[in-house]
Design a protein around this ligand. Sequence first.
Ligand code: G3I
Length: 417
Amino acid sequence: MMRKVLFGAAMAAVMFLAGCGGGDEPFTPPPGNGGPPPSQLPSPSTAPALKASLAAKFGVVNFPIGAAIEPASTLNADAPLLLKHFSSITAENAMKPLNIWPNMPNTAPAQPAASPNFVEADVIANFAAANGIRLRGHTLVWHQSAPSWLFVGDLNNSANYHAALLQHLRTYITAVMGRYPEVYAWDVVNEAATDTPNAANPYRTDSLWYQAYQQFAARPGGEYVIDAFRIASEVRGTLSNPGMKLMLNDYNTELPGKRANVLKIVQDVINAGVPIDGVGHQFHLQVGADVAQVTAAFTAVEAISTTLVNHVTELDVSIYADPGTCYAQGTIPPCLPDYGASPPQSVLSQQATLYRALFNAFNRPSVQSVSLWGIADNHTWLNTYPVARTNRPLLFDTARDPKWAFWTVVDPSITVP
Ligand code: G3I
C-alpha cells in the first residue's frame, strides 16, 4: 500500500521509474509536445495519465495526486477516470464523524449509535486498496460534522467534563484510525482557525469543540486541537504505519491573515510537545487567484520547521471571480451571475492558465500530496455554494473528458485559445 517516494532524481531516470512504479501506466508525452499549439482540445484518447505526468514533472515516483469521491464513483463512469489518472483518493463525505458515528436516535442526553457505521467509507477504502490507490483520511475532528454525543459529560465539574471529552475523542479516533491503518495522511483537525485576519485568538470560536473546552475558563478553547493530535499520535503508534502524516487542514491559507492564524495553531501544537506533521491547504480558489500567495503558504509552513510537509487537499478553481461579500451574502449579486451550461472560453482559458501556474508552484519537495475536490465537473460542491450556479472547477468536464485545464497541467508546450 505505502509506496517509496524519491526526490531529486534526474528527469530521464524519473520518467523510467514512473513508468515502472507499482503498475502505473508508462508516461506518454502528450501530442502537443514539440508541435504547433492546437486550436482545439486534443482528443481525449490521447490524454496521458495525470499521475504519470505529475510523477515525471515532480520527480517523485507515485506522487499522490488525488480526488475526493463519494462511494458511487467506485462503480459509475468515474471509476475508469480514477483508475487511469489518480493515485490517491479522499472520501468527500464518507469519513466525516456525522457519517461514521452519529447519535443513537431519540437519546437525551445524546448517546452514540451502538457502533460506528463504516459501510460507505469501506466502499472507498476497499476500492483504493484493490486498485493500488492511496487513501487520504478526511477528517477526524471538524466543527461542521460533530455529533452531539461527543460533548456529553458532567458540566458541573471541569476535570470530569474534560475527561469525558477526552474519552469521546479517544473512542472515536481509535475506532476510525484503527479501521483504516493504511491511510497515508489524516486531516486530524479540519478548519480550526478563525477567518478574522491575524487574530490574537487564532481559533474559530463558533466550533462546538472550542465551546465545549471553553465551558470552564481555566481551559483554553483551542486545547481540543492539541488533545486531538496527541490522541491521533498515540493511536498511530499502535498501527504499523509510522509514515502516516497527521495534518491540520484549513481553507484560505493563501490569504496572509488567515494563514497567520493557521500557523499559530500549528505552533501551539508544537509548543505543547505534541506531534504534528504538516498543513493541509484546501485551496478552494477562483480564477484570478494569486499564485505567489499559494507559494507563500508553502514557504510559511517550511519556515516553521523543515520536518513539516504541505499537502494540497481540496483543490478546485471556481470560474467566478467573486468578491468577498459573495461568500458572506450568498446571493447574486454580489456573487457573479450564472454563466449557464456553457461558460465562455475566455474563462476556461483563464482557469487553465491558473491551473498550469498552480501545478508549477506545487513542484517543491515540501508539497507531498495534491488532491482535487472532485473528479469531473459533473459533480462539485461549487454548483450549490456560495450560490446555486453552474460551476466548472475541475480538470475534467461534465462528460469526464480532459479540459484545457488538464492539458495545461500535463503539457508545458500547449497554449490555450
Ligand atoms: O447524503 C445526504 C442525502 O441523503 C440527503 O438527502 C441530502 C439532503 O440535503 O443531503 C445529503 O448529504 C449532503 C452531503 O454533502 C452529500 O451530498 C449534505 O447535506 C451536505 O451538507 C454535504 O456537503 C458536503 C460538505 O462538505 C459538508 O460536509 C459537501 O458534499 C462536501 O464537498 C464538503 O466538503 C468540504 C470539506 O469537507 C471541508 N472543506 C470544505 C469542503 C467544501 O465545503
